[in-house]
Write a protein that binds this ligand. Structure first.
Ligand code: ZN
Length: 167
């Protein structure tokens, strides 16, 4: 394991992120948008995982939002602060806010909001209704790590499939 600094991704981080990408793929194959996330507690146990569930019309059904609400209901403030959220795509502004409001800790993402915005712009996708803010702009107290260059092509391909783009 290479650890080149506090923001560096470890091999364990990458394994968690690969699981998030698998959840994103599962979401896409089920008619939802390709995003997946999981929550790891201070002992290293995965406590909750989810993927996007917007296909029935509720556009707030993001996995990161689900994690924040689950954590508020099931973890102590101390557990929340020392848990790590892994996600295939950096939190949107709504999820960054929810994450910070419930006092969750570090976030590790596979691909950034900046990358996602660049891909959708390149593909001519109509801009999202929410500004593409990075986590640090919404929740400056939350430690973040990412992106993981190893996973960029996989995540980009899932989003291309979602929008019917041929890469
Ligand atoms: Zn979100």
């Amino acid at each position: 394991m290479i650890d080149s600094g506090p923001g560096a991704l470890t091999s364990e981080d990458l394994a968690r992120l690969r699981r998030c990408v698998d959840l994103a793929r599962e979401a896409l194959e089920d008619g939802d948008e390709p995003f997946g996330s999981l929550l790891v507690d201070p002992t290293g146990m995965v406590r909750f995982e989810d993927r996007n569930r917007v296909r029935h019309g509720d556009a707030t059904r993001h996995p990161e939002f689900a994690i924040a609400r689950w954590a508020a209901a099931h973890l102590t403030p101390e557990e929340r602060a020392s848990s790590v959220t892994y996600t295939s795509g950096e939190h949107c502004a709504m999820c960054s806010a929810a994450h910070a409001w419930v006092g969750l800790g570090r976030i590790v993402y596979a691909t950034s909001t900046e990358q996602y915005a660049a891909w959708t712009t390149e593909w001519g996708i109509f801009p999202a209704p929410v500004a593409p803010l990075p986590i640090r702009a919404v929740a400056p107290g939350v430690p973040v790590a990412g992106p993981a260059p190893e996973l960029a092509d996989d995540v980009r391909a899932l989003h291309a499939r979602r929008f019917g783009i041929e890469l």
